[in-house]
Design a protein around this ligand. Structure first.
Ligand code: SP5
Ligand code: ZN
Length: 347
């Protein structure tokens, strides 16, 4: 496993959800809850600095600049006095509804610019956020390099904050930089001809899908709760999204109805594994969210801990060099066992 203590330093403090300031769910305590389930896994050194350099291959430099600088600008702007809180939160978004066909400007005022890159009101930037974002990307990068260099076949990156909702030029869904895309890019860079990304987080990984949408060298497949039933990310993650251009048929979405448990969920994981096998992938990235678990507060799926273990066995049976990247999972009492149980299925 690859983990850095800096991943604790991001404290979003809260989320603004449908107009209400709610307690944040993507909290630093998640790190310790996960670590408690990983006793005995050897800890490898995370090389600092490579993560964001690799992220620049899959993200817009403007997004990375914004993430790096926005909180400092907020702190040195009038916001502490004016609004009385120190987290960067967008309030206005340049969607087509507002700007139509007109050219879009990137505002210099940070409370406005935040809406250019941040696409929801739940994904805040605080004083330690950038350090954690960097550390999470470094974990993914180091894990992928370790696998690509043949030092081991399976590596787990305990990334926090998570990444699969981060798009080429946007952040949201508690995600800032796409750690799974960093891992996939790294494996490609080391000559793995084709990389399959399998996303078993309860939510659709719209960011990863968008990043690789038109590419044939990285496949994206996901099982998740049906966004059409009212679940984040709402606009993306439907079964008719299959990729475009060279990436045609390189995206596979398997949305499940609310309340789906081990039976349909494992059947979908098996389909994703078969799809990756049939496509001749040379390496695998698993977006390991454990929020599909029954007692998770953020999704209505009903997967058991045994189900997460069984999913690990299905993916391990591919026999591919594999990088697992931590995504969501919010029920602190069971988080460690869910992640640990999944990882222990890999030989
Ligand atoms: C990485 C990941 O799992 N991101 C999930 C983002 C979805 N967040 C949506 C939050 C919706 C409302 N949460 C309200 C909490 C009340 N229990
Ligand atoms: Zn999730």
């Amino acid at each position: 496993m690859f983990w850095s203590p800096q991943t604790r330093s991001h404290d979003p403090r809260g989320e603004v959800w449908v107009g209400v300031a709610t307690q944040g769910t993507e909290v630093g305590d998640r790190v310790d809850a996960i670590l408690s389930g990983l006793n005995g896994l050897p800890l490898h050194e995370v090389v600092a600095g490579g993560g964001i350099a690799a992220a620049a291959a899959v993200h817009s430099p403007l997004l990375l600049d914004h993430l790096r600088s926005a909180h400092d600008q907020w702190r040195s702007g009038p916001y502490l006095d004016l609004v009385g809180q120190d987290r960067v939160v967008p309030y206005l978004f340049p969607t087509p509804a507002m700007t139509g066909q007109m050219p879009q400007h990137v505002p210099s005022a940070v409370h406005a610019r935040a809406g250019t890159f941040g696409y929801d009101t739940m994904t805040l930037l605080g004083p330690g956020s950038w350090a954690a974002i960097e550390a999470a990307a470094d974990c993914a990068r180091s894990a992928a390099e370790w696998v690509a260099n043949g030092q081991g076949r399976v590596a787990y990156a305990l990334c926090r904050p998570p990444g699969h909702h981060a798009t080429t030029a946007g952040y949201g869904g508690s995600c800032y930089v796409n750690n799974a895309a960093v891992a996939a890019h790294t494996l490609r860079e080391h000559g793995m001809a084709r990389v399959g990304v399998v996303d078993i987080d309860a939510h659709h990984g719209n960011g990863t899908q968008e990043i690789f949408w038109s590419r044939a060298d990285v496949l994206y497949g996901s099982v998740h709760v049906d966004p059409g039933a009212g679940w984040f990310p709402h606009y993306v993650g439907f079964a008719d999204e299959t990729g475009s251009g060279e990436g045609a048929d390189c995206t596979l979405n398997l949305p499940l109805g609310e309340g789906a448990g081990d039976g349909p969920w494992l059947a979908a994981v098996e389909r994703l594994a078969d799809w990756v096998r049939g496509a001749g992938c040379a390496a695998l990235v698993v977006s390991l969210g454990v929020d599909a678990a029954a007692d998770d507060p953020e999704s209505p799926l009903q997967v058991t801990q045994a189900g997460y273990g069984r999913a690990g066995a299905l993916l391990a049976a591919l026999g591919l060099p594999t990088v697992l990247v931590q995504e969501g999972g919010y029920h602190l009492p069971t988080l460690g066992d869910l992640v640990g149980g999944h990882l222990r299925a890999y030989p």
